[in-house]
Design a protein around this ligand. Structure first.
Ligand SMILES: Nc1ncnc2c1ncn2[C@@H]1O[C@H](COP(=O)(O)OP(=O)(O)OP(=O)(O)O)[C@@H](O)[C@H]1O
Ligand SMILES: [Mg+2]
Length: 242
């Protein structure tokens, strides 16, 4: 069996004296979608920021067999990690197309094919290529944030609550895109509070509570887990599962 693309062992992150991530271990295999579920304050964003190198952490982070612990953010990006933060930071006064071009800036202009590939993946962005990013709808902004990250050709795309504030139809579209990325060989670490949407697309899931992993398993097993249903999926899912 080949080594996982990402392997985190006993990761700990503290804000001053308060530990927000308390010994998390998880792995992401190449070309898989792994979701991390958890309520507000569970430590999801803190975990992603530590993986990206924005926050200092202790414990082991290996990516493609390399120890990331002491690498700065830029080198993690060069290795193929990419994070789309919760706020989907875009350059609002720049066009859709210019935002996309900036996503490939580390290739210094040698990225001609990619823009067309992104417009094929997100036709809506093509129609709006001249529109200012700041005037896009929430769903379009999330699409642009994903497309811009993909312009950097990541091997692992980390998404922090991509469904936040989006209508169900748009959430489904975002998740379909995630599935498509997996088909193209990009691994995805999907942080979500929307357990239903995330488990529908993920191969494997982890449930974070109070900074620690309290449950993990294949998505199908989590979807059927009584604790997940009660806490994260609600009554409707419980009914549907009998
Ligand atoms: N800069 C900070 N300084 C101090 N405490 C922080 C800081 N950022 C986050 N925390 C605390 O760390 C804990 C985890 O926060 P985090 O943002 O990682 O949660 P989350 O799972 O992403 O929540 P949400 O779903 O609301 O985004 C929370 O208790 C939060 O108050
Ligand atoms: Mg968060």
């Amino acid at each position: 069996m080949s080594a996982p693309l990402l392997a985190i062992r006993d990761l700990r992150v503290a804000y001053g004296k308060v530990e927000a991530v308390r010994g998390v271990s998880l792995t992401v295999e190449a070309g898989r979608v792994v979701t991390v579920l958890g309520a507000n304050g569970a430590g999801k964003t803190t975990l992603l920021n530590a993986l990206m190198g924005v926050l200092p952490a202790t414990g082991g982070i290996r990516f493609d067999g390399r120890d990331l612990a002491r690498l700065p953010v830029e080198e993690r990006v060069d290795l193929g990690l990419s994070l789309i933060p919760e706020r989907r930071e875009l350059f609002g006064s720049m066009s859709v197309e210019d935002n996309l071009r900036l996503g490939a800036f580390r290739f210094r202009g040698r990225n001609r094919g990619d823009l067309d590939a992104m417009f094929a993946l997100f036709p809506r962005l093509k129609e709006r290529r001249r529109q200012l990013a700041g005037t896009l709808s929430g769903g379009e902004r999330q699409m642009l944030a994903m497309a811009r990250a993909l312009m950097g050709r990541p091997r692992l795309l980390m998404l922090d609550e991509p469904s936040l504030g989006l209508a169900p139809l748009i959430v489904a579209e975002v998740m379909r895109t995630v599935a498509r990325l997996r088909d193209e060989g990009v691994a995805v670490l999907l942080v979500e509070q929307n357990a239903r949407a995330a488990l529908a697309v993920a191969d494997h899931g982890f449930v974070l509570d109070g900074g620690a992993v309290v449950l993990e398993g294949p998505s199908a097993a989590l979807q059927a887990d009584k604790r997940v249903i009660e806490t994260y999926l609600g009554v409707l899912a419980a009914d549907a599962q009998g």
